[in-house]
Ligand binder design. Structure first.
Ligand code: C5P
Length: 418
């Protein structure tokens, strides 16, 4: 392989995390105009490394021809129980080999059949033949969704361990706005990742708090002291923890990320707000991954109304800054394992190392933010993990998701994790 080809190959590897690698997902499609979104969901699942089989009800096949899925997915498509060309007992094989089954869109009728154990079409039969986690994504008119019968059926499924994904509030095919819209494909794929994590992931029954983004310290109602952190690293850690089955609280200064199914998001602005949210979430949590870029200083006073040019004196304006607490060091939770990040531009190792003891960290993840393919804003990162005993682990250029997975792996290997 030429060095150019290797460079492209390594960049591709770094940019394509495969959280569902080696997993088989059965997508059950029922009759709803929103079935078109399941086509995109199938693609997203396969992009994440899964092989997708598709089971369709007869009415689903009226909305989307089975050929669409046959052309798209690596797995099989079961659309007709009586098709002489289909493998015998196809639904049994599909149900057995599934690591998760996602019924999206799930109509009221299919929800009722799933709750009652009726198997009369490829979707309901495959669900009966499967012991994999079941994700049900309802899609219907808001009045239909609110029916006590539909709600009772969903409750029954939930009580038996099914994951109910959505619906969302929004524009409905039946007209108007309401609660009944199928979740977007990115959320459907996230729900599958969450369900598989909760059933077999290494972080089941653990609670992990992750912080993300740069804090915004107000100067006045429209201006703030901030930094370039995009929050991508923290979101990637939160996703990786969710995919491994942890309960995840993401405390972020950024808008809630897409694909956040299974992640509890708390929005904050300032270092002090972040500190209060972490302290509240910390009870019973196992780890805190502090990927946020916390401002070391904040304006001594935030003006109540917008500062005007004439407020400045002749030599310009002087802003008085006071020190923020060191948030990660200040969190009071004896059993909480803390992981810090160190974004440095020089003397990476020495600067990062000095922070481990000072901040009470289990280890620190250092990255050189002066590089263009690592650090702030980009999807990739090249980090060094330093521990309290002087251990140094250099990771290659990786997608931030894979950096997140490596950090979690490291946490699980700590003697104090057991
Ligand atoms: O800014 P510094 O390099 O010291 O940040 C190292 C780690 O400490 C990061 O994990 C950051 O989130 C955290 N930090 C903090 N409170 C601060 C400053 C940084 O928790 N005031």
């Amino acid at each position: 392989m030429s060095s150019d080809a290797r460079a492209v190959d390594s960049a591709e590897r770094a940019s394509a995390p495969q959280p569902l690698s080696g997993r088989r997902v059965c997508l059950g499609v029922t009759g709803s105009i929103s079935a078109y979104k399941s086509v995109e969901a199938a693609r997203r699942l396969e992009d994440a490394g899964a092989i997708v089989d598709v089971a369709m009800t007869p009415s689903a096949a009226r909305f989307i021809p089975p050929l669409t899925y046959r052309s798209l997915v690596k797995g099989e498509v079961a659309a007709d129980l009586w098709d002489p060309a289909a493998p015998a007992e196809q639904h049994v094989a599909m149900g057995r080999r599934a690591d998760a089954m996602l019924v999206a869109p799930a109509s009221a009728t299919t929800i009722a059949k799933l709750a009652q154990g009726i198997g009369d079409n490829p979707v309901t039969l495959t669900a009966l033949a499967s012991s994999a986690p079941l994700v049900v994504a309802p899609a219907m008119d808001a009045v239909m969704f609110a029916q006590p019968s539909v709600q009772a059926n969903l409750e029954l499924l939930k009580a038996r361990g099914a994951f109910i994904a959505g619906p969302a509030i929004g524009r409905l095919a039946s007209g108007g706005q309401g609660l009944g819209r199928l979740l977007e494909p990115i959320e459907l794929a996230a729900a599958v990742r969450s369900a598989i994590g909760r059933s077999v992931g290494d972080l089941r029954s653990r609670h992990i708090i992750v912080t993300a983004g740069g804090t915004r310290e107000p100067i006045d109602p429209v201006r703030f002291v901030g930094n370039h952190s995009s929050g991508k690293m923290g979101v990637a850690v939160a996703e990786a923890a969710r995919d491994q089955g942890a309960a995840v609280t993401l405390i972020t200064t950024q808008p809630p990320p897409q694909g956040r199914y299974g992640i509890v998001v708390r929005e904050v602005q300032t270092a002090l707000e972040m500190q209060a949210e972490i302290q509240q979430a910390a009870r019973g949590a196992h780890a805190l991954v502090m990927a946020a870029a916390v401002a070391d200083y904040r304006p001594a006073e935030a003006a109540e109304s917008k500062l005007k040019k004439q407020d400045a004196d002749q030599d310009g304006m002087t802003l008085e800054l006071i020190e923020n607490p060191d948030v990660v060091a200040s969190i009071d939770a004896p059993k909480l394992l803390k992981v810090g990040f160190a974004a440095e531009t020089d003397d990476l190792i020495a600067n990062a190392q000095s922070k481990i003891a000072k901040k009470g960290l289990a280890f620190i993840v250092a990255n050189d933010v002066s590089q263009s393919d690592a650090g702030f804003q980009v999807d990739t990162n090249r980090v060094v993990i330093l521990d309290a005993d002087g251990g140094i682990e250099r990771l290659p250029l990786l997608h931030k998701y894979d950096v997140g997975a490596a950090i979690l792996d490291r946490l699980r290997r700590l003697p104090s994790w057991a």
